[in-house]
Design a protein around this ligand. Structure first.
Ligand code: UGA
Length: 434
């Protein structure tokens, strides 16, 4: 089956490469000529484990190609995915749909054979109706259907998530379009991955509801962590104690510096906007957004407290800058607010991140980026673990002790063992643990 993927960013590229790996004939399209030129040279625009290899294998097998010319590239495709960005619109936080609608317009002008247009971009409820209207109004008389098919990929684990999904959601009530989508996901269908057919609007809402629920879970455990600190309890025990209840589930109950990334912050805000537009407030999600926003700066204050309440003139080493490990993504990373709080308090900040420093440097020009964790630690009054990269889990603490100036460690991801840290002579603070 020929599939066209419009938008070769994170979602488009991962989905395109995985669908090619399923045996489909896939073309990934992007307006950004330099991005396509680099992809043709085998250079990935993002860091995602396994992606370069997957793209390389499928390009060599002739199943995956790249193009900047939408009109010719979509020729003969039975399914065309829209996987362009839907960033938060400046000013009101609503999802900016201009890229999605521009693609719809172009598709309307160029489709020649019956086709299923699949919205993979995260789009508010009702966007599918608008995409359908735009294509129809372009005057085409070709048969088409507009289907919602949200993605549930996690950065850093995206290929695994695509190939072994918890579920696939397909929003369309048109039978022939359901048939085409079954064919798209045939290998997963054969593997018995749960495939859920819903209305288009339900499918669109499922995506936002899922992200808002996960953001709520994280925020819930983060507030429990704060309470644990006050009452002398251990949030990891609390998390395990509630997570073993099958109705609650143990995932996404790791307390930390607050959620970040390109999805939860943007999607929770967009859901609030939709709820507002339909006069059906989602107050719980409103609270989640507020609590999470204020948490990031609070983590900076936690570091200052660990320094004895005074950060001026002190040097702080940050380990990890990206919003989570195995990505180079800095969008809404908690490190940004932590850094700002420390700089505002007069601290000097030195940082190391295995993949994120290039993206981080322009966001935090006052921070000195160094080439290793140990280089960051040298001469530091406090060491702050912000992102739980594997490389930081097994630091040589004898060496750390020798290099650091102060014995203060603030572990915002609860990676280290409090007793071991104390025995090693560190003044150790973590999140929600005594
Ligand atoms: C998230 C969802 O997990 C995906 O299912 C979804 O497809 C994606 O958004 C999207 O909408 O595109 P992602 O943003 O890549 O994926 O990252 P997550 O692994 O979900 O982590 C998000 C944030 O929550 C990170 O800052 C992470 O550190 C934080 N988090 C996660 C916690 O603080 N505690 C947890 O227990 C889990």
């Amino acid at each position: 089956m020929k599939i066209a993927m419009v938008g070769s960013g994170y979602v488009g590229l991962v989905s395109g490469a995985c669908l090619a790996d399923f045996g489909h004939d896939v073309v990934c399209i992007d307006k950004d000529e330099s991005k396509i030129a680099r992809l043709l040279d085998g250079v990935m625009p993002i860091f995602e484990p396994g992606l370069a290899e997957l793209v390389g294998t499928n390009v060599r097998a002739g199943r995956l190609t790249f193009s900047t010319d939408l009109a010719s590239a979509i020729d003969g495709a039975q399914a065309i995915f829209i996987a362009v960005g839907t960033p938060s619109r400046r000013g009101d936080g609503h999802a900016d749909l201009s890229y999605v609608y521009a693609v719809a317009q172009e598709l309307g002008e160029h489709i020649k054979t019956p086709v299923v247009v699949v919205t993979k971009s995260t789009v508010p409820v009702g966007t599918g109706d608008e995409v359908e209207r735009i294509i129809r109004d372009s005057g085409t008389d070709v048969k088409f259907a507009v289907v919602s098919n949200p993605e549930f990929l996690r950065e850093g684990a995206a290929i695994g998530d695509f190939k072994r999904p918890d579920r696939i959601v397909i929003g369309t009530e048109e039978e022939w379009a359901q048939g085409v989508m079954k064919e798209v996901y045939r290998p997963l269908f054969l593997n018995k991955a749960p495939i859920l057919f819903t209305s288009r609007r339900s499918s669109e809402l499922i995506k936002y509801a899922a992200n808002a629920f996960l953001a709520t879970k994280i925020t819930f455990i983060n507030e429990m962590a704060d309470l644990c600190e006050k009452v002398g309890a251990d949030v990891q025990d609390v998390s395990r104690g509630i997570g073993l209840d099958g109705r609650i589930g143990s995932k996404f109950l790791h307390a930390g510096p607050g959620y970040g990334g390109s999805c939860f912050p943007k999607d929770t805000l967009a859901l609030l906007k939709t709820a507002e537009d339909y006069n059906s407030p989602v107050r719980l999600v409103e609270a989640v957004v507020k609590v999470n926003d204020s948490r990031k700066r609070a983590m900076g204050r936690k570091v200052i407290e660990a320094l004895g309440g005074e950060a001026r003139g002190k040097r702080v080493a940050l380990l990890g800058l990206t919003f989570k490990p195995n990505t180079d993504d800095m969008r809404d990373a908690p490190s940004i607010a932590v850094v700002q709080t420390l700089l505002d308090a007069g601290a000097e900040v030195v940082a190391y991140d295995p993949e994120g420093m290039e993206a981080a440097a322009p966001m935090m020009p006052a921070v000195r980026m160094v080439e290793s964790a140990y280089a960051a630690i040298e001469g530091a009054d406090a060491i702050v673990l912000v992102t739980e990269w594997d490389a930081f889990r097994a630091l040589d603490f004898g060496r750390v002790k020798g290099l650091a100036k102060g014995p203060v460690i603030v572990d915002l991801r609860n990676v280290y063992d409090p007793a071991e840290m104390r025995d090693a002579g560190f003044s150790y603070t973590s999140v929600g643990r005594p």
